[in-house]
Design a protein around this ligand. Structure first.
Ligand code: ATP
Length: 359
C-alpha cells in the first residue's frame, strides 16, 4: 500500500500531538516511527488505523483519501492488520481460533468456503512456527509465542498495511532479538507494507527500510537507517539515534577545531549544515579513540563500564562529558588522564559521497 501524509496535525484540546507531518510510504516498505515517549508515535498510528481523524491535513492510501478533518474511512474498511504491545489475545480462544475467528468475519477475505479459511489458518500457523501449538489456550503460551499468535492473526487476512505499536517491548531482551528476526522474515514473506512504532533506536535501525524520527509531534528526519545513523540532520537525531557526543568548536575551511585545544584539527567530515552553523561536531562513541598520549584533547576518565566487546568510558573534557567506546579489554582506569582523538578510519567513512535520502 502506498501512503501519503500531508500536513497531518492532531490536537487534543491545547495539546498538539502531531504538527504538520509530511511523509510518504511506498508499497512493501518497512517503516519505523522512532521517537521518545510522548512524541506522537501512537497518535500517528491511530490516525493511520482510522481510530482518530486529523485536525488538519490528510492521509491518502493508494491515492484514495482516507482521513481528513471532515471525514474518515473507518478502520474496518482500510484492510489493515494491527499488532499491539499487549498482544490483545482473546482469553477463551485457542491459538488457531484466534487466527480463524477474524478470518470468518473479515470483509477482505472472499466469503467462499470454510475450507479455504481453514487452509489459510494452517498456512499462517506454519508461517509463525506454531503449528504444534494450535490447540493451546493463551495462558499456556510464553510471551514470545503470544506475540507470534498476535502476528499471525494480524497477517491472516492478507492486509495491505500492517501497523505495529511497540510489539516487542513487553518481551525480555533475548526474545526481542529473536522476534526481530521473525518479524523481518514474515515481512519478506508477505511483502506487506509495515509501519512499526518504537522508541528503541536499535530496533528501528535493525529492521526498517526507512525510519521516521519524531520529536514533539513533528518529523525531525526521514531516511534509511544508514543515513539516519551516519548523517543526522539535527542534534536531536544525532544524540537520540547515534548517541553522538556533541562536541563544541568552530569550523574553518571545512576543518573542525574543537574547543579547548587550537592545535587540534579534525579533517573534513560530511556533516549537515545545521551543525556547521551551530559550531558543533556530532561524534559517535565508537568514532573516538583513546590514547595515553598524542595529538588530541586531554581529558580524565570519569567512569568505566565493561560491555563485553567494548568498554564504555565517560571522559571529562573541559566541562563536557563524552562517551567513548574502546575495544575490550579497557586499559584506562578511573581518574587517569587520557587523550581523545578522532579515529582515522571513522573520518574516512564520513567523506564518502552517499546521497541523503530525505523526502
Ligand atoms: P509513548 O511512547 O509514551 O506511547 P507516543 O510517542 O506514542 O508516546 P502519543 O501517545 O502519540 O505519544 O502522545 C502524544 C501527545 O499527545 C502526548 O503529549 C499525549 O499526552 C497527548 N495525547 C495523546 N492522546 C491523547 C488524548 N486522547 N487526549 C489528550 N492528549 C492526548
Amino acid at each position: 500500500m502506498n501512503i501519503q501524509l500531508s500536513g497531518v496535525t492532531k490536537e487534543f484540546g491545547k495539546t498538539a500531538a502531531l504538527s504538520s507531518v509530511d511523509a510518504n510510504v511506498k508499497d512493501g516498505e518497512f517503516i519505523a516511527i522512532l521517537g521518545p515517549s510522548g512524541c506522537g508515535k501512537t497518535t500517528l498510528l491511530r490516525l493511520l488505523a482510522g481510530f482518530e481523524s486529523p485536525t488538519e491535513g490528510y492521509i491518502e492510501m493508494d491515492d484514495k483519501q482516507v482521513a481528513a478533518p471532515y471525514g474518515v474511512i473507518p478502520p474496518e474498511k482500510r484492510n489493515i492488520g494491527m499488532v499491539f504491545q499487549s498482544f490483545a489475545l482473546w482469553p477463551h480462544l485457542t491459538v488457531q481460533e484466534q487466527i480463524r475467528f477474524p478470518l470468518l468475519h473479515h470483509k477482505f477475505v472472499p466469503s467462499s468456503i470454510k475450507k479455504r479459511k481453514e487452509a489459510r489458518t494452517q498456512e499462517v500457523l506454519e508461517l509463525v512456527n506454531l503449528t504444534n501449538m494450535a490447540e493451546r489456550m493463551p495462558h499456556e503460551l510464553s510471551g514470545g509465542q503470544k506475540q507470534r499468535v498476535a502476528l499471525a492473526r494480524a497477517v491472516a487476512a492478507q492486509p495491505s498495511l500492517l501497523l505495529m505499536d511497540e510489539p516487542l517491548s513487553s518481551l525480555d531482551a533475548e526474545l526481542r532479538m529473536e522476534m526481530r528476526h521473525e518479524i523481518q522474515r514474515i515481512h519478506r514473506h508477505t511483502q506487506t507494507t509495515v509501519i512499526y512504532v518504537t522508541h528503541d533506536q536499535s530496533e528501528a535501525l535493525a529492521m526498517a527500510d526507512r525510519i521516521i524520527v519524531m520529536k514533539d509531534g513533528a518529523v525531525e528526519q526521514i531516511g534509511s537507517p544508514e543515513t539516519i545513523y551516519r548523517f543526522p540532520q539535527t542534534e536531536f537525531v544525532a544524540s537520540f539515534v547515534g548517541k553522538a557526543n556533541l562536541v563544541p568548536g568552530f569550523w574553518k575551511k571545512g576543518v573542525f577545531h574543537p574547543n579547548g585545544n587550537d592545535m587540534v584539527a579534525w579533517e573534513k567530515r560530511e556533516v549537515a549544515p545545521y551543525f556547521m552553523k551551530r559550531g558543533v561536531m556530532p561524534v559517535r562513541p565508537e568514532e573516538f579513540c583513546l590514547k595515553k598520549a598524542g595529538n588530541g584533547l586531554t581529558g580524565r576518565v570519569e567512569n568505566v563500564q565493561f560491555q563485553g566487546r567494548d568498554v564504555q568510558y565517560t571522559i571529562l573534557v573541559g566541562k563536557d562529558c563524552w562517551t567513548v567506546y574502546h575495544p575490550a579489554p579497557g586499559e584506562f582506569r578511573i581518574g587517569e588522564q587520557v587523550v581523545v582523538e578522532l579515529a582515522k578510519e571513522q573520518s574516512a567513512l564520513r567523506t564518502h559521497t552517499e546521497g541523503h535520502d530525505n523526502i
